[in-house]
Design a protein around this ligand. Structure first.
Ligand code: PEP
Ligand code: MG
Length: 899
């Protein structure tokens, strides 16, 4: 083990890494390495690996050998820079920055200016040409960041002290404090530090660095980082890398500054110059939205040389990454430095438009284009938009930072947002600007509105990442603690506003919504060739290619004619699940009641005879809408008592009637029936095929209705393709019994009409999956009911579990996402795999699909592709999502086969 520990490499110089090493070096470290290797101006530095962080978090101490490696790399850095860390006369300063595999904006920690102390502050001033103000400002920033990050000193204490210094001097901006003011502020900060930590601010630069590295490791488990990961489904065990980088300064005067840039607009995808610049500022000032920035174009006027170089670099990066890149840069006295780049986050609309544009520009092919967008993004584009025909009262306009249409009650703190949302009230979180502590409120809110900060502010970046509507930088708004005012209108906590994250417009009151253009396109109402918005043609092109490439067919779960029609417009290639029990509701309840209460065969047959023509009508609708496409009709599944009033309600009604001395009549009979049928575990009780075997004639009635409907249409020249599906089968004998009767009825009804009726089963009981070889002997198709299969494999009640303990399970990392939402590949997935293999071995022509909720879940679609299903079936609205993901799955698996 010792030997292993020594050979393990924990630290990489930037020149040693590359962009493909994100697992090990984090996104920031990998891309800094890539830029270094591209010859771009990156300050020298090194990266401590995510593995070192994992080891630190597991053991509570740095892994053996790490300190020595850091020391070696530090020595190399010192020699490259020609300065020593914290040298009193000519100090090298470094930043210590977090950087995980997946970007987690603002979630973890960074400490700048490490290496400054009471002595080296003078050396820094000398380096800066005698700029005392700059040196003391850098020192106070170090104490502030170090105090907050490394030693958990409350940040407000420093902010209050800074505020007091400005008030004492009668100035508004930080830049109006001079060297003496800042020197005094350093003294105050040191006292704050000592008061909270019980010791002095560490003067030893190595100790500063070491503590900062450990603090960055620990920040992986900070509450907000944990919450963000859960929200974004980022695995909890990745850990963060740490980048130690020679400092360059954007706060050395007006010829210095710092900024962020995008190679294309991350909100709309359009080409152009997008970004923000802040003159004479350092580090995270831009992203934090602390001071108002200027648009990046203004840099051309301020520093043309750096501006031109930046544009050249941006084009190099796009050409290299073949994608939108975002960039953080600093200009130190006219010299441009690249501090970060990555393939930038973007809105859903921008993702489609950029992928489409990159194909036009010859940078990527269509296969690559479909991997650049996701089903989740497509789903976002299908959200409704505001309908402005009612001329709502416009309050103001900010920057449309993350699209969507959101209405809700105004709240001003993250805590209030969480509270109200927990009561089911939609809220809009209004803040001057957000910071990482606002994350819970941002998650809870329908939308976010800020008065400061640009497209790269914290609010904008985080909201975009979450797909949450956001308008930022609405600077006409004066945000108070319980109200905001704009142009003489005051909007108080609890009032409703509506925000449009595409246009940036803010309206008073609730604005109604209409279908998005993408939905109109899927509905066939918008011709992609004629649509004004290039988004529609981008979606069309990408969907067409996904359809060309996918192997999986996509069907819909639909029970009514209109649903089936919509599903077909959305691209469904059949119905994978028509739940017939939905047809037993409404005004048919009475017939169902009669069926349940029947005391004699005659009464029961009469009730079934009443239901039969109604069912036939239902099936006619479905087959007509899906003419020529398969329609899987599932025989009734839930326990019959679900169609009766609840036991409690009936008992109360009967008791009240008895109390009044009245006869409860029919209610009493119903109550007795409900009592008779009551089960402790109805999910495991008399439902599905069991019901069909126990209630004579029930399945038979349905089979007859299906066959008759099909024959009627066939005689009309149509091409119905019914598939009869038996639910909840666990043993082949169950299926054989049902099949025998069904075949008899089908043969009787179909005659010479030419209608072909398939008979198959759901696989939703683990035993069915495990005996799939036997079951396939009696089934022409399988459809995985992954809802029940998940329920029975995990032993989680699908109706209760989410509220009861899933929160805790997610927190503990037992799973990263509910297994009811996304297929549990290892457990439930294994059953699916076994059943597909054994089913096909027994009957090679077996058709296999899935109709549980997972059929429309992007990640699960990839799994179903991998295990070789023939189709997935999902709700009509998710059909386009499944089509896209099925295309992506094909392209990705072809890519990995070629590798
Ligand atoms: C299933 O169990 O996955 C399924 C599709 O059936 P239901 O949800 O109706 O039980
Ligand atoms: Mg089921």
């Amino acid at each position: 083990m010792e030997g292993n520990a020594q050979t393990e490499k924990f630290v990489y110089d930037f020149a040693e890494g590359n962009k493909d090493l994100k697992d090990l070096l984090g996104g920031k470290g990998a891309n800094l390495a890539e830029m270094t290797n591209l010859g771009l101006p990156v300050p020298a530095g090194f990266t401590i690996t995510t593995v070192a962080c994992q080891r630190y978090l597991a053991d509570g101490a740095q892994p053996p050998g790490l300190a020595e490696e850091v020391a070696e790399h530090m020595a190399a850095l010192e020699s490259t820079m020609g300065r020593r860390l914290g040298d009193p006369g000519d100090p090298l300063l470094v930043s210590v920055r977090s950087g995980a595999k997946f970007s987690m904006p603002g979630m973890m920690e960074t400490v700048l200016n490490v290496g400054l102390n009471d002595e080296s502050v003078a050396g820094l001033s000398a380096q800066a040409g005698g700029n005392d103000r700059f040196a003391w400002d850098s020192y106070r920033r170090l104490i502030q960041m170090f105090g907050k990050t490394v030693c958990e000193v409350p940040g407000e204490e420093f902010e209050n002290a800074l505020g007091d210094a400005k008030t004492a001097k009668g100035v508004r901006d930080d830049v109006d404090l001079d060297a003496d003011d800042l020197k005094q502020l350093v003294d105050v900060y040191k006292k704050v530090f000592a008061k909270h930590t019980g010791h002095e601010f560490p003067q030893d630069p190595r100790e500063q660095m070491n503590l900062a590295i450990e603090a960055v490791f620990r920040s992986w488990n900070a509450d907000r980082a944990v919450l963000y990961r859960r929200q974004e489904r980022i695995p909890a065990d990745l850990g963060t890398a740490v980048n130690v980088v020679a400092m360059v300064f954007g706060n050395l005067g007006p010829d210095s500054g710092t900024g962020v840039a995008f190679t294309r607009d991350p909100a709309s995808g359009e080409q152009g110059i997008y970004g923000d610049y802040l003159q004479n500022a350092q580090g995270e000032d831009v992203v934090a939205g602390i001071r108002n920035t200027v648009p990046l174009e203004d840099l051309e006027r301020l520093d043309k040389k750096s501006y031109d170089e930046l544009l050249r670099i941006m084009s190099t990066l796009e050409g290299h990454y073949h994608d939108l890149c975002d960039i953080e840069f600093t200009i130190e006295r006219g010299k441009l430095w690249m501090l970060q780049t990555r393939v930038g986050k973007r809105t859903a609309a921008a993702a489609f438009k950029i992928a489409d544009a990159l194909v036009d520009e010859g940078m990527i092919d269509l296969d690559e284009a479909i991997t650049r967008v996701s089903g989740a993004q497509l789903a976002q584009l299908m959200f409704p938009r505001f309908d402005l025909s009612g001329d709502p009262t416009a309050l103001t306009k900010g920057i449309g930072a993350s699209p969507g249409a959101a209405s809700g009650q105004v709240v001003f703190t993250s805590a209030h947002a969480v509270e109200r949302a927990a009561d089911g009230v939609p809220v809009i979180l209004v803040r001057r600007e957000t910071n990482p502590d606002d994350l819970p409120g941002m998650i809870a809110a329908q939308g976010i509105l800020t008065s400061r900060g640009g497209k790269t502010s914290h609010a904008a970046v985080v909201a975009r990442g979450m797909g949450k509507t956001c308008v930022c930088g609405a600077d006409d708004i004066e945000v108070g603690t319980t109200s905001f005012s704009v142009d003489g209108t005051t909007v108080s906590e609890g009032d409703t506003v509506s925000i449009d994250g595409t246009t940036g417009r803010v309206y008073l009151g609730e604005v109604p919504v209409r279908a998005s253009e993408v939905v109109q396109y899927f509905e066939g109402e918008l011709d992609p060739a004629q649509a004004d918005d290039p988004l529609v043609s981008a979606v069309h092109r990408i969907m067409t290619h996904a359809d060309d490439r996918r192997r999986l067919r996509v069907r819909a779960n639909a029970d009514t004619g209109p649903d089936a029609a919509r599903a077909r417009r959305f691209g469904a290639e059949g119905i994978g699940l028509a739940r017939t029990e939905h047809m037993f509701l409404g005004d048919r309840r009475e017939l169902v009641e009669r069926l349940i209460l029947a005391r004699t065969d005659e009464e029961r047959d009469a009730a079934l005879a009443g239901l039969q023509p109604l069912q036939r009508g239902d099936f006619l609708d479905l087959f007509r809408e899906m003419d020529g496409l398969p329609v899987t009709v599932r025989l009734i599944d839930p326990p019959l008592h679900e169609f009766l009033p609840s036991l409690e309600d009936l008992a109360v009604e009967v008791a009240l009637a008895n109390e009044r001395g009245e006869s409860a009549g029919k209610q009493e009979t119903l109550l007795a029936a409900v009592r008779r049928m009551h089960e402790q575990n109805p999910m495991l009780g008399l439902r599905g095929v069991r019901l069909g075997l126990v209630v004579p004639g029930l399945f038979g009635m349905q089979v007859r209705a299906i066959a008759e409907a099909a024959v009627e249409l066939a005689r009309d020249g149509r091409n119905p393709r019914p598939e009869i599906m038996v639910p909840l089968v666990g043993a082949v004998q169950e299926l054989e019994t049902v099949r025998l009767e069904a075949e008899r009825i089908v043969a009787e009804v179909v005659g010479d009409s030419g209608v072909d009726v398939l008979i198959g089963t759901m696989i939703e009981v683990p035993r069915a999956a495990l005996t799939a070889g036997q079951i396939a002997e009696a089934a022409e198709f399988f459809s995985f009911g992954t809802n029940d299969l998940t329920q029975m494999t995990w032993g989680f009640s699908r109706d209760d579990v989410e509220g009861a303990f899933f929160g805790r399970y997610l927190e503990l990392g037992i799973f990263g996402v509910s297994p009811f939402e996304s297929i549990d590949r290892d457990g439930v997935g294994r059953l699916v795999r076994v059943a597909v293999e054994e089913g096909r071995a027994a009957r090679p022509s077996l058709k296999v699909g899935v109709c549980g909720e997972h059929g429309g879940d992007p990640d699960s679609v990839h799994f179903f592709h991998e295990v070789g299903l023939d189709y997935v079936s999902c709700s009509p609205f998710r059909v386009p999502v499944a089509r896209l993901e099925a295309g992506r799955a094909s392209v990705e698996s072809a890519g990995s086969d070629n590798r």
